[in-house]
Design a protein around this ligand. Structure first.
Ligand code: GLP
Length: 252
């Protein structure tokens, strides 16, 4: 595991974008696992700038997103489909046919989850999985639980996640109560993982993720088991972890 401790969100975004662009440059047909939320927005903006300068080419990239709310149509402004179009897809030359996001409107959600897993397996795992982290250390929408759920599944969002995500909706009542998310095993099958965290609200989650025992109550703690994880975080998010521990963890 490697920790990139950056001074602020701008530097976090640039660092994360660097890691993603290195992946695309070294393998133009990379399979990228993409994330939503505020955390990756700056990295996406940086990638768009490099694309516009002619330094990056998404023509052969395949993307698979972590999650989607249940009950929001693709066109709903709060859906993750809309988020990805606005924040990245519409501004780069990725082929829309190569972009994949779980279908939260499926009549049969269980089958939709199975289909997503079958598709992910056919790809053989992502080359690079981008992650944010929830204040309760959820990744994707894998909420704290008594066990790690392996595969893509429907999840009931925790009250704390609903509250944290309410800022993006006109009212808290409009935040969906359920989502479809890739499971933990699928996330761990990525060859590389890049987790972005910014701001003091993520400090506790990062502390538990990096320094406490692995437990499904802290879903991101499972990342301790992955062999190629980069944590890209600002000083505020890493404020509970002394510098010498950051260095120690980076050497693990
Ligand atoms: C949502 C997403 C997660 C994301 C989390 C944190 O719950 N499903 O993938 O990591 O929010 O979001 P933010 O980056 O806005 O803090």
């Amino acid at each position: 595991m490697r920790i990139y401790k950056e001074p602020d969100y701008k530097a976090v975004s640039r660092r994360a974008a660097n890691l993603i662009s290195a992946q695309i440059i070294s393998k133009p047909n990379s399979i990228l696992g993409l994330a939503t939320g505020s955390s990756p927005i700056g990295a996406y903006q940086q990638l768009i700038m490099w694309y516009q300068k002619g330094d990056l080419d998404f023509r052969e990239v395949i993307s698979v997103n972590l999650d989607e709310y249940v009950g929001l149509s693709k066109k709903d402004p709060q859906s993750y489909h809309s988020f990805m179009k606005e924040q990245l897809f519409d501004s780069v030359n990725i082929d829309p046919k190569n972009t994949h996001i779980p279908n939260g409107m499926a009549k049969d959600l269980v089958s939709a989850c199975k289909d997503y897993d079958t598709f992910l397996s056919s790809l053989g795992g992502t080359d690079l999985q981008l992650l944010g982290i929830g204040e309760n250390a959820h990744i994707g929408f894998n909420e704290p639980s008594n066990f790690f759920e392996s595969n893509t599944h429907v999840v009931h969002l925790s009250q704390s996640t609903i509250e944290a995500n309410a800022r993006l909706f006109p009212s808290i009542d409009l935040v969906p109560k359920q989502a479809i998310t890739m499971g933990i095993l699928t996330i761990l099958q990525a060859k590389k993982i890049v987790l972005i965290a910014s701001g003091p609200k993520k400090a506790q989650a990062l502390y538990q993720t990096l320094l406490e025992p692995i437990t499904p109550n802290v879903p991101a703690s499972i990342l301790q088991l992955h062999k190629d994880v980069s944590i890209v975080a600002d000083e505020a998010a890493l404020c509970l972890i002394p510098d010498e521990l950051c260095t120690k963890i980076s050497k693990r």
